[in-house]
Design a protein around this ligand. Sequence first.
Ligand code: F6P
Length: 328
Amino acid sequence: MPKKIKKIGVMTSGGDSPGMNAAIRSVVRSCTHYRIECVGIYRGYQGMIEGDFIKLDARGVSGIINKGGTILKTARSKAFRTKAGRKKAYDQLIKAGIDAVVLIGGDGTFTGGMVFNKEFDFPFIGIPGTIDNDIFGTTFTLGYDTALNTVVEAVDKIRDTASSHSRLFFIEVMGRDAGFIALNTGIGAGAEEILIPEEDLGLKRMLRSLQRSKRSGKSSSIVIVAEGDTIGKNVFELAEYVEKNLPQYEARVSVLGHMQRGGAPSCFDRVLASRMGLKAVELILDGEKNLMVNINNNKIGVTNLEKAVKGKHKINQELIRVSDIMSI
Ligand code: F6P
């Protein structure tokens, strides 16, 4: 017989992403619906260790569905990586009477949750929140759709100046280990080349492709480079290499950086957050633990937390083919 749940904690951890606030709101309001208490944990695992908690109610999360960032703040806690840190966190949860926690974050957050669960048998339910979309078991993570729109808007603007000056632009987008943002924004913004960690295009092939672009009459070009791509040492050296080998090109570099993580969440991310928050609370009330809420084929479901952490979310090969043909 599972323990009766009276109080649920919610926290955001790791890199923030647009839609985290909408997910917090959803968890809080779902708790209100089921007449259970909800507690916000500040700064992820760090706040858990320090007992930095706040009681949240339905009105307390008004006006945040449209806000980027996270009202609960976030952190990457070093102390939680130690057993002593995790024991402190456990003691704080027990002291506050928290029966289960909804973790909103990426694979680092989920890995911490799994270790903690093994040690203390404490129920966690994950909601995938990262702009990188690199979590196994779910087609979309919170914040990814918003980040795609942010990047496409920025690339459109860069294209204006690229074409005025007939320049070649290398635009670096986020994605430490994954090319989801690069591949989709590359297609959406009409890039000539897309460099992602999952596919090794090779420097020679890239040069050939840029030569072809010039010959076919293109005056300006955009190359989208995922942060984690390894074709060049970094995007600046890549641009230098191309200018050296293809002197007909004048190259510039633009690193979009952390602006990709900010801004009001898209409607898609707000709806996704609302659906996932409710599901997370209902799973806890059903006595579930160690699961991540997911979305596949527009259906909300679950993936085992361990599988979500260990599995690899593969990029869609069809998109690579589309991008190749579109950049003709
Ligand atoms: O949240 C994921 C991510 O945005 C990666 O794409 C990026 O490499 C990383 O976070 C940057 O992290 P930080 O904010 O710690 O520099």
